[in-house]
Design a protein around this ligand. Structure first.
Ligand SMILES: [Cu+2]
Length: 448
């Protein structure tokens, strides 16, 4: 066997091995021990990692831009645009030094391109339609090919009719692992892409003209409680890679930990630049990596802009806090079935109402989700990081709610044993309510 043939043979074998191990990882869903020879594959909650085929030492990926139905949470489905039938598109994952080829097929009704956000590459591969390349017309497939000269948390999105195409959901994450492994091995590596959507109540297509008043705030295009819970075992090193392609900045807050901000699309920062925080702003167009050693419990993780942890709500409403609206409500409800005014005592009562009062078609209630102690009164960019002592490595299943050790839960020490009802239902006229469109399957009948 001559030298050239031997090289081809061994690289083909290596290719087979790499492709096989990636597939094996996908099937097992198990983490690979981090270090100089490998990396812990990222996990895109509610999403997938894009498979590749190794062709002559080039990792070849295929993204297909198109239109499809996407569910933000049960009860809200929209016609969105994205890649391979999903938003965000599949996460691209590779290693510094890799040669990659990404085939992009356009099944949209208009032209598009893909910009590889933050990635060092030849100018002609940068994906700005009209500047770096001709647009990819409907039905065409373009090839992008370059060598990865960096590592870090990156994103991809169109640079053609951007305002509309991003608003419709076209975006994804692009993770490049360092070729020399991690200084501190990562046990779980999560990917979260933040976005916002203008899904006007009763409609089913995101409105691209909206600049500020968005209705849905999403992590990987899902709202709480439809977002999969990030889980970890006590003591594991967890990284969460946050990207923001929405139109707002998001101060992301994690409870119960001081995390360290360790990187961005500038790569993994030198340790001297790491800083401890509990809230980190992920600006529009930015990425941030946060890392922490897992502490047992159920820990809220959410954007700290309060309106970003709510679903669709009216923002142009008069403030009626402190006023009794029951008589006015009764009159309006006779004209507009399902009408609900802003709460007199607060807004928390809205979640109770959403159980039995339907809103407009295809519109989520403002607040959703129940925990072990009652309503969570959240929606949007909120999730719970669940950390348990007994979670097996690579087990990503929801472990349920945290069994708090005895004596470690805040308790009532004075006041009525049963909280006063938030709302006097006796004055409400339910006769006008339309029950025909209500889904009763999820109703909690255990409470009066
Ligand atoms: Cu936010």
């Amino acid at each position: 066997m001559n030298r050239m043939r031997r090289n081809i043979f061994s690289s083909a074998l290596a290719g087979l091995g790499a492709a096989f191990s990636v597939r094996a990882q996908e099937q097992a869903g198990a983490p690979v021990v981090a270090g100089r020879t490998g990396y812990t594959p990222v996990r895109t909650l509610n999403g997938v990692t894009l498979p590749y085929e190794l062709k002559d030492d080039v990792k070849e990926f295929h993204l297909i831009a198109g239109e499809f139905e996407h569910e933000f949470a049960p009860g809200s489905v929209a016609t969105c645009w994205g890649y391979n039938g999903r938003t965000p598109g599949p996460t691209i994952e590779a290693v510094e030094g890799d040669r990659i080829r990404i085939l992009v097929t356009n099944n949209l009704p208009e032209h598009t391109t893909i910009h590889w956000h933050g990635i060092l590459l030849p100018s002609g591969m940068d994906g700005v339609g009209g500047l770096n390349q001709p647009h990819i017309l409907p039905g065409e497939t373009f090839a992008y090919e370059f060598t990865l000269r960096q590592h870090g948390t990156h994103m991809y999105h169109p640079h053609a009719d951007e305002m509309l195409q991003l608003a419709a959901g076209m975006m994804g994450m692009f993770i490049i692992h360092p070729k020399d492994g991690e200084p501190k091995p990562i046990d779980r590596d999560y990917v979260m892409l933040l976005h916002n959507w203008a899904m006007h109540p009763g409609t089913s297509r995101p409105d691209p003209s909206v600049m500020q008043d968005f209705d849905l705030w999403t992590i990987n295009s899902k709202v709480f409680p439809a977002i999969e819970f990030p889980v970890a075992r006590t003591g594991e090193r967890v990284r969460i890679r946050l990207g923001n392609l929405s139109m707002w900045n998001h101060p992301v807050h994690l409870h119960g930990h001081q995390f360290v901000v360790t990187g961005s699309d500038g790569g993994r920062w030198p340790e001297t630049l790491w800083r401890p925080e509990t809230t980190e702003i992920v600006g529009v167009g930015q990425t941030r990596d946060i890392e922490f050693v897992a502490i047992p419990g159920d820990w809220a993780m959410h954007c700290h802009m309060s309106h970003h942890t709510m679903n669709a709500m009216g923002h142009e409403v008069p403030n009626l806090l402190g006023s009794d609206q029951s008589e006015a409500d009764k009159k309006i409800m006779s004209l507009v079935p399902g009408y609900m005014s802003m709460g007199a005592k607060g807004m928390a009562e809205h979640q109770d109402h959403s159980m039995h009062m339907p809103g407009p078609r295809n519109t989520l209630p403002m607040m959703m989700g129940t925990g072990p102690f009652g309503n969570l009164e959240m929606g949007g960019m909120f999730t719970v990081v669940k950390i348990r002592d007994d979670l097996a490595p690579g087990d990503y299943r929801d472990p349920g709610w945290y069994p708090n050790p005895e004596g470690t839960v805040a308790r009532r020490v004075a006041g009525p044993a049963v909280a006063a009802p938030a709302v006097d239902h006796s004055k409400m006229d339910h006769s006008q309510m339309d029950h025909s469109q209500m889904d009763h399957s999820n109703m909690d009948h255990s409470k009066p």
